[in-house]
Design a protein around this ligand. Structure first.
Ligand code: ATP
Length: 610
């Protein structure tokens, strides 16, 4: 699979050869990180970043925007520094001369290699005074070297490159360098806060939505910031959908009855099966193919059969399509459970997995075709193009769709979907304005799932932020978890429930492994909680949970004061469904405003027809 000619190349990929004029000092970036980490409110965070961005030389803006997020590239450019804490401790030892064992002891107590570096470099600097200034350009260059190290000597080389930067770092710079290479930035600045800051620094508040759209169709904050700073809004408006840059996916709203859905859609709409699999966005250009997950991971190697089929079934030159990848029984051809398709996320033994777990992709949208951005075209037009440009056969299928005009028709379609082992249905607007809204959840798509008909109102995707030690049968393990929901307005997390049911022994045994890298010595900076668990975790792992009811809760902090003064919202009788949402970032968990909507929805009947 080759890279297409028009694939975007990042300036950061060739900066090793670039002659860098050191313009900005990394100390300025580190100082901004320090202030950011002690700031809790989103507005204040934004103004910290704005004040900082004003001082960044234009030529370094793009690199700096990535560095603010602890990276060298946009999120979807999947490369890592590959440095675990212990390797970082070796670099600290090399720089400070403190024996490794002593450093490891300090790290065991503190738990954050960044803080260990800060402490020891502070002590060292009191003895040796001389060092060179560390420029952003040099940091970027060395990080790039760390990133591309391969082979037998790679560990030694990575340690050396980090140590050379630590040698010329002050304590604060050292702290954040170590956090960057271990992937644990923890400053709490979300991408939305960074986009706010970019808009305020280089444009006006009114232009924020156009800037966000440019980001949503490219997923590249560095490109957006650089274009805006250099070419203004004209440049932003010229940014278009492109092969190789994933587009942020469109999401569905929910309503509690089919009749409400039909009414909201104006009496008629399309309904599609809601398949329970893995969402895939596929970019094809000639023989180049890339499959992105909704979390922007590269899934191409997990689904080589789908990648190959899509290329051979496509009749044009370039396309971006979306669909749901689902496991199929080799014997019966029936759709299998989500657990089966989830095996495909593990890359080992992919050839055997292809045989054991055959898959199909049910295509449901087309976003780009041979140079034309289709995201502003209506639903029917986009859907028709899929059928015209793909040979629908074998692995490549269309999502099952029907146009309906009544609740009864919707009900029949819903029952068929459940019989076909789908999760439910998605109603899609067929009006002229039924565009593809990248990165947004709105009423152009409305989902209706079988969960809504039982005792549980819906599933929630919640973030693990704490754990309680178990007792009795669970002694020595985690017995329950503290779960939180994300508030997209404030950019903070708030707890919503203590989760202790739905775990099997196997899952409980594996929980420490799953959560270990998120362990935190203190309450995460961006979390609001009234309950104190035995162990805190940084937001990282998302679990699917069902619950009987969204309630008002004085013990939980999410949605504080929104429904009732002095209370937040909670979930009654939460139960883990067994599904870890590896496909979701913590910020993509069920939001506080969705939970508040669910709270209000409870006061309407959960009935198919009323
Ligand atoms: P859920 O946990 O219910 O999947 P979600 O937050 O992941 O919720 P929603 O916007 O609520 O996403 O539902 C849309 C999801 O449903 C898509 O991300 C996609 O993976 C899946 N899906 C399955 N079939 C379809 C379809 N025909 N059209 C659109 N999305 C579909």
């Amino acid at each position: 699979m080759s890279i297409p000619k028009n694939n975007y190349t990042y300036p950061t990929t060739n900066f090793i050869d670039r002659v860098c004029t050191p313009l900005m000092n990394f100390a300025d970036v580190a100082e901004m990180f320090r202030v950011l980490e002690s700031t809790e409110a989103r507005l204040e965070m934004t103004s910290v970043i704005v004040n900082f961005l004003k001082t960044v030389p234009r030529d370094e803006l793009r690199d700096v925007i990535y560095i603010i997020q602890g990276k060298l590239h946009p999120d979807f450019y999947q490369v890592e520094f590959g440095m675990a804490d212990k390797l970082v401790l070796k670099a600290i030892s090399l720089t400070t001369g403190v024996p490794y064992e002593v450093i490891e002891n300090t790290w065991t107590k503190i738990g954050d290699s960044g803080e260990v570096a800060e402490k020891l470099i502070k002590e060292k600097k009191q003895i040796t005074l001389f060092s060179e200034t560390l420029s952003v350009a040099r940091v970027v260059k060395n990080l790039k070297l760390i990133e591309i190290c391969e082979g037998k000597e790679s560990q030694m080389l990575k340690t050396k490159y980090l140590a050379s930067m630590l040698h010329d770092s002050g304590p604060i710079e050292a702290k954040y360098l170590c956090r960057i290479v271990t992937g644990k930035m923890r400053t709490g600045a979300s991408i939305m806060t960074i986009l706010d800051a970019i808009a305020i620094t280089f444009a006006t508040k009114e232009e924020r939505s156009e800037i966000e759209r440019a980001f949503n169709i490219t997923c590249d904050s560095g490109l957006v910031a650089e274009t805006l700073a250099k070419n203004g809004m004209r440049g932003i408006r010229a940014i278009s959908v492109r092969i190789g840059n994933p587009i942020k996916v469109m999401l569905a709203e929910r309503l509690s009855s089919l009749s409400e859905i039909i009414e909201k859609m104006g009496g008629t709409c399309a309904v599609e099966y809601k398949y329970d699999g893995i969402r895939a966005q596929i970019h094809i250009s000639g023989n180049y193919v890339k499959i992105f997950s909704r979390r922007l991971e590269d899934l191409t190697d997990n689904f080589p059969d789908i990648a190959k089929s899509l290329i051979s079934h496509f009749r044009g030159k370039e396309v971006i399509v979306e669909g749901e990848c689902v496991a199929i029984s080799a014997k019966t051809g029936h759709i299998q459970s989500f657990q089966d398709i989830a095996h495909r996320r593990r890359k080992y033994n992919i050839n055997e997995t292809i045989k054991d777990i055959p898959v199909r992709i049910f295509l449901f949208d087309m976003l780009y075709l041979d140079g034309i951005d289709l995201t502003s075209k209506p639903y029917f037009e986009r859907r028709k193009l899929i059928e015209e440009w793909f040979n629908i056969a074998g692995i490549v299928q269309m999502s099952c769709m029907k146009i309906i005009h009544s609740t009864e028709e919707a009900e029949r379609f819903f029952n068929d979907a459940i019989k076909e082992r789908c999760e439910g249905i998605i109603a899609k607007s067929t009006k002229n304005e039924s565009v593809y809204r990248a990165g947004s959840r709105g009423f152009l798509w409305i989902k209706y799932k079988k969960d809504y008909c039982g005792n549980f109102i819906d599933s929630f995707d919640l973030v693990v932020v704490g754990a309680f030690y178990g007792m009795g049968r669970r002694a020595g393990k985690y017995g329950a978890l503290l779960m939180a929901s994300y508030d997209s307005k404030s950019g903070r997390y708030g707890t919503v429930c203590k989760l202790g049911t739905g775990f099997d022994d196997n899952f409980l045994d594996n929980l420490p492994n799953l959560l270990n890298e998120y362990k935190s010595n203190e309450k995460p900076h961006l979390l609001d909680a009234k309950i104190i668990p035995d162990i805190w975790f940084q937001p990282g792992i998302v679990l699917e949970v069902v619950g009987a009811e969204v309630t008002i809760s004085p013990n939980h902090a999410a949605g504080m004061n929104v429904i009732k003064e002095g209370s937040g919202i909670g979930i009654r009788f939460p139960r883990f469904t067994g599904r870890v949402r590896y496909d979701k970032e913590p910020e993509q968990s069920t939001t506080v405003s969705e939970m508040i909507k669910m709270y209000n929805m409870q006061f309407t009947d959960f009935d198919l027809t009323t």
